[in-house]
Write a protein that binds this ligand. Structure first.
Ligand SMILES: Cc1cc2nc3c(=O)[nH]c(=O)nc-3n(C[C@H](O)[C@H](O)[C@H](O)COP(=O)(O)OP(=O)(O)OC[C@H]3O[C@@H](n4cnc5c(N)ncnc54)[C@H](O)[C@@H]3O)c2cc1C
Length: 370
Protein backbone atom coordinates (compact mmCIF):
# COMPACT_ATOMS: atom_id res chain seq x y z
CA UNK A 1 0.00 0.00 0.00
CA UNK A 2 1.34 3.41 -1.01
CA UNK A 3 0.53 5.87 1.78
CA UNK A 4 2.42 8.86 0.36
CA UNK A 5 0.16 11.88 -0.08
CA UNK A 6 0.73 13.40 -3.49
CA UNK A 7 -0.26 16.70 -5.01
CA UNK A 8 -2.12 15.94 -8.21
CA UNK A 9 -3.09 18.45 -10.87
CA UNK A 10 -5.89 17.37 -13.17
CA UNK A 11 -6.23 19.18 -16.49
CA UNK A 12 -9.91 19.22 -17.47
CA UNK A 13 -13.05 19.33 -15.38
CA UNK A 14 -15.24 17.15 -17.59
CA UNK A 15 -16.89 13.91 -16.56
CA UNK A 16 -13.65 11.95 -16.22
CA UNK A 17 -11.46 14.71 -14.76
CA UNK A 18 -13.98 15.46 -12.02
CA UNK A 19 -14.44 11.76 -11.27
CA UNK A 20 -10.66 11.36 -10.99
CA UNK A 21 -10.40 14.37 -8.70
CA UNK A 22 -13.15 13.14 -6.36
CA UNK A 23 -11.81 9.61 -6.30
CA UNK A 24 -8.15 10.53 -5.70
CA UNK A 25 -9.13 13.07 -3.09
CA UNK A 26 -11.06 10.34 -1.26
CA UNK A 27 -7.87 8.29 -0.88
CA UNK A 28 -6.05 11.26 0.62
CA UNK A 29 -4.32 13.06 -2.24
CA UNK A 30 -4.32 16.83 -2.66
CA UNK A 31 -6.07 17.52 -5.94
CA UNK A 32 -6.39 20.63 -8.09
CA UNK A 33 -8.58 20.70 -11.20
CA UNK A 34 -7.70 23.20 -13.92
CA UNK A 35 -10.66 23.80 -16.24
CA UNK A 36 -10.46 26.19 -19.15
CA UNK A 37 -14.19 27.01 -19.23
CA UNK A 38 -15.59 29.76 -17.02
CA UNK A 39 -17.96 27.27 -15.39
CA UNK A 40 -18.39 23.54 -14.90
CA UNK A 41 -20.67 22.57 -17.72
CA UNK A 42 -21.61 19.41 -19.50
CA UNK A 43 -21.95 19.29 -23.24
CA UNK A 44 -24.89 17.10 -24.19
CA UNK A 45 -28.04 16.14 -22.48
CA UNK A 46 -28.00 12.67 -21.03
CA UNK A 47 -25.43 9.94 -20.75
CA UNK A 48 -25.83 6.21 -20.31
CA UNK A 49 -23.63 4.89 -17.54
CA UNK A 50 -23.03 1.20 -17.04
CA UNK A 51 -22.46 -0.62 -13.71
CA UNK A 52 -18.68 -0.61 -14.24
CA UNK A 53 -18.78 3.21 -14.02
CA UNK A 54 -21.31 3.39 -11.21
CA UNK A 55 -19.06 1.28 -8.96
CA UNK A 56 -16.47 4.07 -8.97
CA UNK A 57 -19.12 6.57 -7.84
CA UNK A 58 -19.95 4.25 -4.93
CA UNK A 59 -16.30 4.37 -3.89
CA UNK A 60 -16.40 8.06 -3.13
CA UNK A 61 -19.93 8.19 -1.82
CA UNK A 62 -22.13 9.59 -4.61
CA UNK A 63 -23.46 6.30 -6.02
CA UNK A 64 -26.89 6.61 -4.39
CA UNK A 65 -27.27 10.24 -5.44
CA UNK A 66 -26.39 9.45 -9.05
CA UNK A 67 -28.75 6.46 -9.07
CA UNK A 68 -31.55 8.70 -7.77
CA UNK A 69 -31.04 11.36 -10.45
CA UNK A 70 -30.93 8.82 -13.28
CA UNK A 71 -33.37 6.36 -14.78
CA UNK A 72 -32.59 2.71 -15.15
CA UNK A 73 -33.37 1.83 -18.74
CA UNK A 74 -33.55 -1.30 -20.77
CA UNK A 75 -32.29 -0.67 -24.30
CA UNK A 76 -34.45 -2.17 -27.03
CA UNK A 77 -33.19 -2.40 -30.58
CA UNK A 78 -35.63 -2.46 -33.48
CA UNK A 79 -35.42 -2.79 -37.22
CA UNK A 80 -37.01 -0.03 -39.35
CA UNK A 81 -40.26 -2.03 -39.59
CA UNK A 82 -40.55 -2.00 -35.79
CA UNK A 83 -39.52 -5.62 -35.11
CA UNK A 84 -37.65 -5.97 -31.82
CA UNK A 85 -34.10 -7.26 -32.09
CA UNK A 86 -33.01 -8.91 -28.86
CA UNK A 87 -30.16 -11.24 -29.68
CA UNK A 88 -30.16 -14.67 -28.07
CA UNK A 89 -27.36 -15.75 -25.77
CA UNK A 90 -27.09 -12.60 -23.64
CA UNK A 91 -28.86 -11.91 -20.39
CA UNK A 92 -30.72 -8.66 -19.78
CA UNK A 93 -27.74 -7.04 -18.08
CA UNK A 94 -26.16 -6.55 -21.53
CA UNK A 95 -28.93 -4.02 -22.27
CA UNK A 96 -29.45 -2.25 -18.94
CA UNK A 97 -27.81 0.96 -17.86
CA UNK A 98 -28.52 4.14 -15.97
CA UNK A 99 -29.45 7.17 -18.06
CA UNK A 100 -28.28 10.31 -16.25
CA UNK A 101 -28.79 14.03 -17.00
CA UNK A 102 -25.27 15.31 -17.70
CA UNK A 103 -25.55 18.80 -16.15
CA UNK A 104 -26.79 17.41 -12.81
CA UNK A 105 -24.09 14.77 -12.79
CA UNK A 106 -21.42 17.44 -13.31
CA UNK A 107 -22.80 19.46 -10.40
CA UNK A 108 -22.74 16.48 -8.05
CA UNK A 109 -19.21 15.57 -9.14
CA UNK A 110 -17.94 19.14 -8.70
CA UNK A 111 -19.43 19.23 -5.20
CA UNK A 112 -17.74 15.91 -4.39
CA UNK A 113 -14.40 17.35 -5.50
CA UNK A 114 -15.01 20.57 -3.53
CA UNK A 115 -15.41 23.81 -5.46
CA UNK A 116 -12.29 25.36 -3.91
CA UNK A 117 -10.17 22.65 -5.54
CA UNK A 118 -11.42 23.59 -9.03
CA UNK A 119 -9.90 26.58 -10.82
CA UNK A 120 -12.11 27.82 -13.64
CA UNK A 121 -10.92 29.84 -16.62
CA UNK A 122 -7.57 28.03 -16.30
CA UNK A 123 -6.35 27.01 -19.73
CA UNK A 124 -3.29 24.77 -19.68
CA UNK A 125 -0.85 25.32 -22.53
CA UNK A 126 1.74 22.69 -21.60
CA UNK A 127 3.81 21.21 -18.81
CA UNK A 128 7.39 20.67 -17.71
CA UNK A 129 8.36 17.46 -15.94
CA UNK A 130 11.51 16.45 -14.12
CA UNK A 131 12.36 13.43 -11.98
CA UNK A 132 10.83 14.97 -8.89
CA UNK A 133 8.02 17.24 -10.07
CA UNK A 134 5.73 18.34 -12.86
CA UNK A 135 4.59 21.89 -13.56
CA UNK A 136 1.43 22.80 -15.48
CA UNK A 137 1.67 26.07 -17.42
CA UNK A 138 -1.40 28.26 -17.93
CA UNK A 139 -2.07 30.73 -20.70
CA UNK A 140 -2.18 33.61 -18.19
CA UNK A 141 1.45 32.94 -17.27
CA UNK A 142 0.66 31.16 -14.00
CA UNK A 143 1.99 27.70 -13.19
CA UNK A 144 0.91 24.91 -10.85
CA UNK A 145 3.45 22.48 -9.33
CA UNK A 146 2.51 18.90 -8.53
CA UNK A 147 3.82 15.36 -8.09
CA UNK A 148 1.53 14.03 -10.82
CA UNK A 149 -0.33 15.64 -13.75
CA UNK A 150 -3.38 13.91 -15.17
CA UNK A 151 -4.50 14.91 -18.67
CA UNK A 152 -8.31 14.65 -18.66
CA UNK A 153 -8.70 17.34 -21.28
CA UNK A 154 -10.77 15.48 -23.83
CA UNK A 155 -10.30 14.60 -27.51
CA UNK A 156 -8.44 17.83 -28.31
CA UNK A 157 -6.08 17.25 -25.36
CA UNK A 158 -3.22 19.72 -25.01
CA UNK A 159 -1.50 17.29 -22.62
CA UNK A 160 -1.62 14.50 -25.22
CA UNK A 161 -0.28 16.87 -27.89
CA UNK A 162 2.84 17.40 -25.78
CA UNK A 163 3.21 13.80 -24.61
CA UNK A 164 2.67 12.41 -28.10
CA UNK A 165 3.10 14.91 -30.95
CA UNK A 166 1.14 13.93 -34.11
CA UNK A 167 -1.61 12.24 -32.09
CA UNK A 168 -4.31 14.82 -32.82
CA UNK A 169 -7.97 13.79 -32.92
CA UNK A 170 -9.26 13.06 -36.42
CA UNK A 171 -12.74 13.36 -37.85
CA UNK A 172 -14.37 9.95 -38.06
CA UNK A 173 -15.18 10.67 -41.69
CA UNK A 174 -18.90 10.93 -42.38
CA UNK A 175 -19.90 10.11 -38.78
CA UNK A 176 -22.35 12.69 -37.44
CA UNK A 177 -24.67 12.75 -34.42
CA UNK A 178 -27.73 14.87 -33.69
CA UNK A 179 -29.61 15.01 -30.38
CA UNK A 180 -31.85 17.18 -28.22
CA UNK A 181 -33.84 17.09 -24.99
CA UNK A 182 -37.55 17.74 -25.43
CA UNK A 183 -40.59 17.62 -23.14
CA UNK A 184 -41.74 14.03 -22.66
CA UNK A 185 -44.78 13.25 -24.76
CA UNK A 186 -46.68 10.19 -25.86
CA UNK A 187 -43.64 8.06 -26.63
CA UNK A 188 -42.99 4.88 -24.68
CA UNK A 189 -42.30 6.01 -21.12
CA UNK A 190 -39.69 3.41 -20.19
CA UNK A 191 -36.54 2.18 -21.80
CA UNK A 192 -34.44 3.25 -24.70
CA UNK A 193 -35.84 2.67 -28.15
CA UNK A 194 -33.11 2.45 -30.73
CA UNK A 195 -33.81 1.65 -34.35
CA UNK A 196 -31.03 0.34 -36.56
CA UNK A 197 -31.87 1.44 -40.05
CA UNK A 198 -30.57 1.46 -43.62
CA UNK A 199 -27.84 3.81 -44.86
CA UNK A 200 -25.99 3.11 -41.58
CA UNK A 201 -28.45 5.34 -39.72
CA UNK A 202 -29.48 4.63 -36.15
CA UNK A 203 -31.62 6.60 -33.78
CA UNK A 204 -34.35 6.70 -31.23
CA UNK A 205 -35.07 8.17 -27.84
CA UNK A 206 -34.87 7.63 -24.13
CA UNK A 207 -36.66 9.22 -21.20
CA UNK A 208 -34.03 10.97 -19.08
CA UNK A 209 -36.33 12.34 -16.36
CA UNK A 210 -40.05 12.09 -15.58
CA UNK A 211 -40.68 15.06 -17.83
CA UNK A 212 -37.91 15.01 -20.42
CA UNK A 213 -36.97 12.79 -23.31
CA UNK A 214 -33.77 12.84 -25.31
CA UNK A 215 -33.83 11.87 -28.97
CA UNK A 216 -30.71 10.97 -30.93
CA UNK A 217 -29.84 10.21 -34.53
CA UNK A 218 -26.48 9.21 -35.94
CA UNK A 219 -25.11 8.07 -39.25
CA UNK A 220 -21.86 6.64 -40.58
CA UNK A 221 -21.17 7.82 -44.11
CA UNK A 222 -23.39 10.90 -44.19
CA UNK A 223 -22.16 12.36 -47.46
CA UNK A 224 -22.81 16.06 -48.05
CA UNK A 225 -25.04 17.70 -45.43
CA UNK A 226 -27.76 20.05 -46.62
CA UNK A 227 -30.41 22.11 -44.83
CA UNK A 228 -30.57 23.05 -41.17
CA UNK A 229 -29.83 20.75 -38.24
CA UNK A 230 -33.46 19.72 -37.79
CA UNK A 231 -33.86 18.97 -41.50
CA UNK A 232 -30.72 16.88 -41.44
CA UNK A 233 -31.88 14.88 -38.44
CA UNK A 234 -35.40 14.46 -39.84
CA UNK A 235 -34.14 13.34 -43.23
CA UNK A 236 -32.30 10.50 -41.50
CA UNK A 237 -35.04 9.69 -39.01
CA UNK A 238 -37.48 9.05 -41.87
CA UNK A 239 -35.39 6.01 -42.80
CA UNK A 240 -36.09 4.66 -39.31
CA UNK A 241 -39.83 5.01 -39.60
CA UNK A 242 -40.87 2.84 -42.52
CA UNK A 243 -44.55 1.90 -42.56
CA UNK A 244 -45.50 4.26 -39.75
CA UNK A 245 -43.16 2.81 -37.15
CA UNK A 246 -41.56 5.62 -35.15
CA UNK A 247 -43.94 8.42 -36.09
CA UNK A 248 -43.38 9.52 -32.48
CA UNK A 249 -39.68 10.07 -33.21
CA UNK A 250 -40.47 12.12 -36.32
CA UNK A 251 -42.95 14.28 -34.37
CA UNK A 252 -40.46 14.82 -31.60
CA UNK A 253 -37.70 15.98 -33.95
CA UNK A 254 -40.05 18.16 -36.02
CA UNK A 255 -41.17 19.98 -32.86
CA UNK A 256 -37.62 20.65 -31.61
CA UNK A 257 -36.41 24.25 -32.00
CA UNK A 258 -33.36 24.47 -34.26
CA UNK A 259 -31.25 26.05 -31.52
CA UNK A 260 -31.91 23.15 -29.12
CA UNK A 261 -30.36 20.59 -31.47
CA UNK A 262 -26.76 19.51 -30.96
CA UNK A 263 -24.94 18.39 -34.08
CA UNK A 264 -21.46 16.87 -33.95
CA UNK A 265 -18.89 15.71 -36.43
CA UNK A 266 -17.55 12.76 -34.43
CA UNK A 267 -13.83 12.99 -33.64
CA UNK A 268 -11.68 10.04 -32.63
CA UNK A 269 -8.27 9.72 -31.01
CA UNK A 270 -5.91 7.29 -32.78
CA UNK A 271 -4.56 4.30 -30.83
CA UNK A 272 -1.61 5.67 -28.87
CA UNK A 273 1.78 4.01 -28.32
CA UNK A 274 1.74 5.08 -24.63
CA UNK A 275 -0.52 6.85 -22.17
CA UNK A 276 1.99 7.99 -19.55
CA UNK A 277 5.44 9.43 -18.91
CA UNK A 278 7.35 9.85 -15.63
CA UNK A 279 4.77 12.10 -13.97
CA UNK A 280 1.99 12.46 -16.52
CA UNK A 281 -0.98 10.20 -17.31
CA UNK A 282 -3.80 10.52 -19.83
CA UNK A 283 -7.33 9.43 -18.93
CA UNK A 284 -10.76 9.56 -20.53
CA UNK A 285 -11.27 10.88 -24.05
CA UNK A 286 -7.77 12.42 -23.98
CA UNK A 287 -6.45 8.85 -24.10
CA UNK A 288 -9.16 7.09 -26.11
CA UNK A 289 -11.88 9.31 -27.62
CA UNK A 290 -14.03 6.93 -29.68
CA UNK A 291 -17.16 7.08 -31.79
CA UNK A 292 -20.23 7.24 -29.52
CA UNK A 293 -22.01 4.33 -31.22
CA UNK A 294 -20.82 2.14 -28.33
CA UNK A 295 -22.44 4.55 -25.80
CA UNK A 296 -19.67 3.79 -23.34
CA UNK A 297 -16.79 6.26 -23.85
CA UNK A 298 -17.55 8.03 -20.58
CA UNK A 299 -18.11 4.75 -18.76
CA UNK A 300 -14.72 3.47 -19.91
CA UNK A 301 -13.11 6.78 -18.91
CA UNK A 302 -14.49 6.29 -15.41
CA UNK A 303 -13.01 2.78 -15.46
CA UNK A 304 -9.64 4.46 -16.17
CA UNK A 305 -10.04 6.37 -12.93
CA UNK A 306 -10.57 3.19 -10.89
CA UNK A 307 -7.54 1.47 -12.40
CA UNK A 308 -5.32 4.54 -11.92
CA UNK A 309 -6.51 4.99 -8.33
CA UNK A 310 -5.84 1.36 -7.57
CA UNK A 311 -2.36 1.48 -9.14
CA UNK A 312 -1.47 4.59 -7.12
CA UNK A 313 -2.79 2.96 -3.95
CA UNK A 314 -1.04 -0.35 -4.33
CA UNK A 315 2.25 0.44 -6.11
CA UNK A 316 4.83 2.28 -4.00
CA UNK A 317 6.78 3.82 -6.87
CA UNK A 318 4.92 6.42 -8.98
CA UNK A 319 6.52 5.46 -12.28
CA UNK A 320 5.71 1.79 -11.71
CA UNK A 321 2.14 2.70 -10.79
CA UNK A 322 1.73 4.64 -14.05
CA UNK A 323 3.25 1.79 -16.07
CA UNK A 324 0.83 -0.66 -14.46
CA UNK A 325 -2.13 1.65 -15.24
CA UNK A 326 -0.98 2.13 -18.82
CA UNK A 327 -0.47 -1.57 -19.50
CA UNK A 328 -3.87 -2.56 -18.14
CA UNK A 329 -5.75 0.14 -19.99
CA UNK A 330 -3.98 -0.16 -23.34
CA UNK A 331 -4.63 -3.89 -23.35
CA UNK A 332 -8.33 -3.36 -22.58
CA UNK A 333 -8.66 -0.73 -25.28
CA UNK A 334 -7.21 -2.98 -27.97
CA UNK A 335 -10.29 -5.14 -27.45
CA UNK A 336 -12.65 -2.15 -27.13
CA UNK A 337 -11.49 -0.86 -30.50
CA UNK A 338 -11.94 -4.24 -32.17
CA UNK A 339 -15.45 -4.73 -30.79
CA UNK A 340 -16.45 -1.12 -31.56
CA UNK A 341 -15.31 -1.59 -35.16
CA UNK A 342 -17.35 -4.80 -35.38
CA UNK A 343 -20.48 -2.94 -34.25
CA UNK A 344 -19.80 -0.14 -36.71
CA UNK A 345 -19.38 -2.54 -39.62
CA UNK A 346 -22.30 -4.85 -38.82
CA UNK A 347 -24.55 -5.67 -41.74
CA UNK A 348 -28.20 -5.08 -40.89
CA UNK A 349 -30.19 -4.60 -37.67
CA UNK A 350 -30.00 -8.17 -36.34
CA UNK A 351 -26.23 -8.37 -36.68
CA UNK A 352 -25.81 -4.86 -35.34
CA UNK A 353 -27.86 -5.68 -32.22
CA UNK A 354 -25.96 -8.93 -31.73
CA UNK A 355 -22.56 -7.27 -32.03
CA UNK A 356 -23.60 -4.51 -29.66
CA UNK A 357 -24.71 -7.10 -27.11
CA UNK A 358 -21.36 -8.87 -27.58
CA UNK A 359 -19.58 -5.60 -26.80
CA UNK A 360 -21.62 -4.66 -23.72
CA UNK A 361 -21.54 -8.23 -22.38
CA UNK A 362 -17.76 -8.33 -22.79
CA UNK A 363 -17.32 -4.87 -21.24
CA UNK A 364 -19.37 -5.78 -18.18
CA UNK A 365 -18.04 -9.28 -17.60
CA UNK A 366 -14.38 -8.29 -17.94
CA UNK A 367 -14.55 -4.90 -16.19
CA UNK A 368 -11.93 -4.21 -13.54
CA UNK A 369 -13.34 -4.63 -10.03
CA UNK A 370 -10.78 -2.48 -8.23
C1 LIG B 1 -23.01 12.21 -29.17
C2 LIG B 1 -22.27 11.52 -28.05
C3 LIG B 1 -22.95 10.62 -27.23
C4 LIG B 1 -22.28 9.94 -26.21
N1 LIG B 1 -22.97 9.08 -25.41
C5 LIG B 1 -22.33 8.42 -24.42
C6 LIG B 1 -23.03 7.54 -23.56
O1 LIG B 1 -24.25 7.38 -23.67
N2 LIG B 1 -22.33 6.87 -22.59
C7 LIG B 1 -21.00 7.04 -22.41
O2 LIG B 1 -20.41 6.42 -21.49
N3 LIG B 1 -20.28 7.90 -23.19
C8 LIG B 1 -20.93 8.58 -24.19
N4 LIG B 1 -20.24 9.47 -24.97
C9 LIG B 1 -18.80 9.66 -24.72
C10 LIG B 1 -18.62 10.61 -23.53
O3 LIG B 1 -19.37 11.79 -23.74
C11 LIG B 1 -17.14 10.96 -23.38
O4 LIG B 1 -16.37 9.78 -23.41
C12 LIG B 1 -16.89 11.71 -22.07
O5 LIG B 1 -17.70 12.85 -21.96
C13 LIG B 1 -15.42 12.09 -21.98
O6 LIG B 1 -15.19 12.80 -20.79
P1 LIG B 1 -13.79 13.49 -20.54
O7 LIG B 1 -13.89 14.09 -19.18
O8 LIG B 1 -12.69 12.53 -20.84
O9 LIG B 1 -13.68 14.61 -21.66
P2 LIG B 1 -14.55 15.95 -21.84
O10 LIG B 1 -15.94 15.73 -21.37
O11 LIG B 1 -14.33 16.39 -23.24
O12 LIG B 1 -13.89 16.99 -20.83
C14 LIG B 1 -12.65 17.59 -21.10
C15 LIG B 1 -12.58 18.87 -20.28
O13 LIG B 1 -11.27 19.40 -20.40
C16 LIG B 1 -11.36 20.81 -20.59
N5 LIG B 1 -10.14 21.22 -21.28
C17 LIG B 1 -9.79 20.93 -22.56
N6 LIG B 1 -8.58 21.45 -22.85
C18 LIG B 1 -8.17 22.11 -21.73
C19 LIG B 1 -7.00 22.86 -21.40
N7 LIG B 1 -6.01 23.03 -22.31
N8 LIG B 1 -6.89 23.39 -20.16
C20 LIG B 1 -7.88 23.20 -19.23
N9 LIG B 1 -9.03 22.52 -19.49
C21 LIG B 1 -9.15 21.96 -20.72
C22 LIG B 1 -12.63 20.99 -21.42
O14 LIG B 1 -13.14 22.31 -21.31
C23 LIG B 1 -13.54 19.95 -20.79
O15 LIG B 1 -14.27 20.47 -19.70
C24 LIG B 1 -20.88 10.16 -26.00
C25 LIG B 1 -20.20 11.07 -26.82
C26 LIG B 1 -20.88 11.76 -27.83
C27 LIG B 1 -20.11 12.73 -28.70
Amino acid sequence: MNSKVMSIVIVGGGLVGLTAAASLRRIGHEVTVLEQAPEIRAVGAGISLWPNALREFDRFGIGAEVAAMGREVDAWFFDPAGRAQRPAGYDDSAFRFLFVPRPRLSTVLADAVGRTRITLGARVTGYTETDDKVVAHLDNGASVHADLLIGADGVYSRVRAQLLPDSEARPHVGNFAWRAVVPAGDERPEGTVLTLGPERIRGGYSRITETETMWFISQFGTGTLTGGKRDRALERARHLAEGGWHEDLLRMIAATPEQSILENQIMVVPALPRWTSRRVALIGDAAHGLSPHIAAGGTLGIEDVGVLRNALETTPNLRNALISYEQLRMLRFERVRTLADEVENADGPAESARRYAAFSHWMLTTAPTV
